[in-house]
Design a binder for this molecule. Sequence first.
Ligand SMILES: Nc1nc2c(ncn2[C@@H]2O[C@H](COP(=O)(O)OP(=O)(O)OP(=O)(O)O)[C@@H](O)[C@H]2O)c(=O)[nH]1
Length: 391
Amino acid sequence: MDATTMVLALALGNLALCATLFFFEQSGHAGRPAVPTWGWSRLYQGAGWLLLAIGAAGVVPEGLALPIAYVLVFAGVAWESGAAWERAGRLRWRRATLPALGLAVAAFLLCWLIDPIGLRAVAASLVLGGFYLSLAAALARGWAAASMLQRFLALATTVLAVVVGARGALVLLAPAGWGWMTSDILRQLHSGALYLLALVGGFGWLLLGREREQAELARLEVNDPLTDVPNRRGFFQALAPWMALARRPGQPTALVVFDLDQFKRINDGYGHPAGDVVLAHLINTCKRQLRDSDLLGRLVGVEFAILLPRTNLDDAAMVAERMRAAIEAERVKTERAMISLTASFGVTTIRPDDSTVTLLARADEALRVAKKAGRNRVEVAAAVLAPVEEE
Ligand SMILES: Nc1nc2c(ncn2[C@@H]2O[C@H](COP(=O)(O)OP(=O)(O)OP(=O)(O)O)[C@@H](O)[C@H]2O)c(=O)[nH]1
């Protein structure tokens, strides 16, 4: 394939990917701000390569087309790399992309002015290789926790970026080629690598977005978004092994349930959004009273449960009392007022013959007693409760 055909293939490949990303977003699947970013990056690169092909065909003076084309391609790759750093949570590196692009463009233009063929090719390859390596580094961040897809993308981008940069290095160090690796073979490898980078970047990003979306859905299935603690399903999932453990002799495990008192008044008086603020704030207050090994979950409405491993009834009652006092002492600032609140608690421990239904029913019964006795108090479940009908 001659050089112009390759450049044209790069242009069309990037533009086709740009259109794919655009229509993917239009069909409402994306919902992720970085998809347009990747689309824009493909558009810049596609336009740059197209301009380069047009310049080489003599449609536009090459002296004009070439610098603009390379600036567009560099901007596209820099944008892609910056977006990858943003995705990795490193905004500092994302911000560094713009000055790096400025420097790269300046260095490239200087090389082009000195030697419009050899040195220009060196500069272009090194700049592109450098930006793609930066993209690979962003993808490789958090390697241990990364998915197989992300690791593959990081590795593939690294290898392809090295191939792209190697052309520049070889032209610089051995202009006549190196053994069988003639500069023509290297140029073809270079173009092939750029083509693969466009494919890997475009589709890889779509797949990464989908992967992230699925992970978020899975998280929301077991997590309450307002308070960021496990929801009923998540809490019961976490409770299951402790129920099994309680059937064996050993250290006790306690369960505390609590319900905020007269929360309806907060909603009615200050509005639901203020109620949400109070709720999220109080749950943070509660978390501060607990150990890392304790598990807090939201059962329903404003009723929560806490699993306290290796904790007997007296200690669990003490923890509940500490939380009750902390909630009572807290005043939550909302837009309209400082709001204070109390909560009622029911405490019990898991018994060998318990099911989740009997366990929850016993804790709930203690909570009901606390509410009935005037709220803002802790009640421990009776030693023996009348048998509870299982659902
Ligand atoms: N703002 C807000 N309110 C909620 C949320 N979930 C449940 N609620 C409200 O919390 C209130 C809970 O009311 P109840 O538990 O029945 O009763 P209460 O007013 O707290 O009174 P007692 O429990 O008897 O002390 C209801 O008004 C629910 O609408 C939430 O996520 N945000």
